[in-house]
Design a protein around this ligand. Structure first.
Ligand SMILES: [Zn+2]
Length: 215
């Protein structure tokens, strides 16, 4: 999602290299629930544990524990940011064009890593998988629209707070409407958190190993 954060040189240059457990050479992967987000995230007017997520690095991942449609879609997007190939490092509050491109890239590249393991998660109910895939497409479209509506966050003078105010007054209604539309994609199945994070971890491990080979 548009993270509305200060410019951060992100983790692409660390991935596949540092962050390894010294004895096993296994990358450390830490996935927390979005409801456990740090206070500065929760202060964002659009923060919502049902669909907010982030993946700053393999050991700094937050995903929603809300509804399987939302959890899988957001997981696919967020881990897409961990893929090194084509990653933009010039995103940030002063570069909307780069942020938009990075958001699009994460949506386009992350899904296949999650999709690979849906059969494992839905071993006993494979008929759910097409619904999850359909919901992913819809949620991707809606969140890209929300990102586009957030352009005022990335331009003009003013503090982050002032820009947030401006965004809320200019596009707050449209954004809220889109968020409501996104929530209509819910399928009323709460994730089995341990099984969910198990497959996301596998997907992140695949990304880390691809990052090494696809430099
Ligand atoms: Zn994103």
């Amino acid at each position: 999602m548009p993270e509305f954060k200060e410019p951060a040189i992100s983790s692409a240059n660390q991935m596949g290299q540092g962050k390894c457990n010294k004895t096993e050479q296994e990358p450390k992967i830490v996935i927390k629930k979005s409801s456990e987000a740090p206070p500065e995230v929760k202060a964002n007017p659009f923060y919502d544990a049902e669909w907010w997520g982030r993946a700053n690095s393999p050991d700094d991942i937050y995903l929603p524990d809300s509804d399987e449609a939302l959890s899988f879609a957001i997981a696919a997007h967020e881990i897409g940011h961990l893929i090194a190939r084509g990653k933009r490092l010039d995103t940030g509050i002063d570069n909307f064009e780069a942020t938009l491109a990075e958001e699009q890239r994460a949506w386009d590249m992350g899904w296949e890593y999650i999709q690979k393991y849906l059969g494992e998660y839905y071993e006993d109910s494979p008929e759910v998988i097409p619904t999850i895939e359909q919901a992913f497409q819809e949620i991707r479209n809606i969140l890209m629209q929300i990102t586009k509506l957030s352009e005022s966050m990335y331009s003009g003078p003013g503090s982050l707070e002032e820009k947030r105010e401006l965004l809320l007054s200019e596009n707050g209604e449209d954004i809220r409407k889109l968020i409501e539309d996104m929530k209509k994609e819910k399928i009323n199945l709460k994730p089995e958190w341990d099984r969910f994070t198990t497959i996301v971890e596998k997907a992140v491990k695949d990304i880390i190993s691809d990052n090494v080979t696809q430099k």
